[in-house]
Every structure is written in structure tokens, then in C-alpha cells.
Design a protein around this ligand. Structure first.
Ligand SMILES: [Zn+2]
Ligand SMILES: [Zn+2]
Length: 213
């Protein structure tokens, strides 16, 4: 990409280098080294700024990621532990609307049913979820309460144990749970479709200039 040099009024030596496309400026002083080295680094950064970047598979990247979404998914799936559907019961998350929305469902059967109801294809795989129940931490409440007070305030609390016992008992009554997708585990729903994802036709494509080999 074309680089534009920025100078101070009345001077001729460049102070900043800007991307010719988006105008973002790069300042040599953020680099370390000799004057020519840091100027070369800032110029290079401006040059690279809006240059198209490619995933190893050849797909042009449009974000800060260093790989495209299918390649990132494949990498994540390759590392994940495969769980048998029969060995897991509980909420799941997948690339679909899901029973609860945003891909989440109370269990695998509910997810498949939600796909059928919505006329959506059933995803090739889903992830089990980890649960985070609503809990209030008495220690951090006391810490917050005394934080801005005088130095010894924390030592002058009377009957902290009573508060802790009360809050812990209250915590036990709570039924609110948030589920998070656990990408370290995967349940394969459709083996053929899953293998298709993993072999990724895009991965066989290479850029004509041979980069990304
Ligand atoms: Zn740019
Ligand atoms: Zn890719």
C-alpha cells in the first residue's frame, strides 16, 4: 500500500508515516533503535496497514485474526476432546439458533428439535457447557466495604462469620445458572459432515504466488 509521509509545518523530514488507504498514522518513536531503523519500522507498518492478509488456506482475512474462521474452528476441534452423546447430559451450544437462543439448548435432543422446528439444518457437532451458578462472595463484599476506609477497618469488622454463614446459606438457595460453551469438548452429531469440516476443501487451495504454503 502507498505510504504518505507527514511532516511538521515548515520542515521537510517525515515525522509520521500514514497508510495511504485508511490514513492511520504510525509513529517511529514507538519502536526502539537507531533513527533510520525506527523510521523504517514505522514506514513498514504503514505499508502493511491495509495490505490484504491471507490465511494459510488462501482465504483473504478481513479482521485482526491470523486465520480464517473455518481454519480456526478446525484447529479448535482438532484439539478438543470428543465426548460421546450418550456420555453427556446437560446444556449444549452449537452453530444454530438453539432452544434458548444464541446457539444454547437445554440438551442435545432439545437442540435437534429446535433445529427441526426452525427448519434449520442440524449442526455437525456441538459443545457441552460448563455451568456458573449465581453466587455472592462474602469476602469480596467485606473487602469492598472497607477498601476506602482507614487502614485497620478490615480488622475491626464484628462477626464477619455471621455474614458469611448467612450469605453462604442464601447462595445455596439460588437457582440461576449461566452456561458457557466449553470448546475443549465436542460432541459429534453427524460424523460425515464433521469429517467434511475437518478435511476442509479450502485448506487444499493455495494462493497463486505460493505464499501460505
Ligand atoms: Zn490502513
Ligand atoms: Zn483458512
Amino acid at each position: 500500500m502507498e505510504v504518505r509521509e507527514l511532516t511538521f509545518k515548515g520542515e521537510s523530514d517525515p515525522k509520521l508515516y500514514a497508510c495511504g488507504k485508511c490514513g492511520k498514522a504510525y509513529y517511529p518513536k514507538i519502536y526502539s533503535g537507531r533513527e533510520e531503523v525506527i523510521h523504517a519500522a514505522a514506514r513498514r507498518a504503514a505499508e502493511e496497514c491495509c495490505k490484504p492478509r491471507f490465511c494459510d488456506c488462501g482465504t483473504e482475512l478481513d479482521s485482526a485474526w491470523t486465520a480464517c474462521r473455518p481454519c480456526r474452528d478446525r484447529k479448535m476441534l482438532a484439539k478438543a476432546t470428543i465426548i460421546k452423546a450418550a456420555d453427556y447430559s446437560g446444556p449444549v451450544s452449537a452453530e444454530c439458533a438453539g432452544e434458548w437462543g444464541e446457539g444454547y439448548s437445554s440438551d442435545l435432543a432439545a437442540m435437534i428439535e429446535a433445529c427441526h422446528d426452525a427448519g434449520e439444518p442440524v449442526p455437525a457437532y456441538c459443545h457441552p457447557c460448563t455451568d456458573h451458578p449465581l453466587r455472592v462472595d462474602p469476602d469480596s463484599i467485606l473487602e469492598n466495604a472497607t477498601e476506602e476506609m482507614h487502614e485497620e477497618a478490615a480488622d475491626q469488622i464484628v462477626d464477619a462469620d455471621e455474614l458469611k454463614a448467612y450469605i453462604n446459606a442464601w447462595n445455596e438457595k439460588q437457582t440461576c445458572v449461566t452456561y458457557y460453551e466449553d470448546r475443549r469438548r465436542v460432541i459429534i452429531i453427524d460424523r460425515v459432515a464433521f469429517d467434511d469440516i475437518m478435511s476442509g476443501p479450502a485448506a487444499k487451495w493455495r494462493r497463486p504466488d505460493g505464499c501460505g504454503e
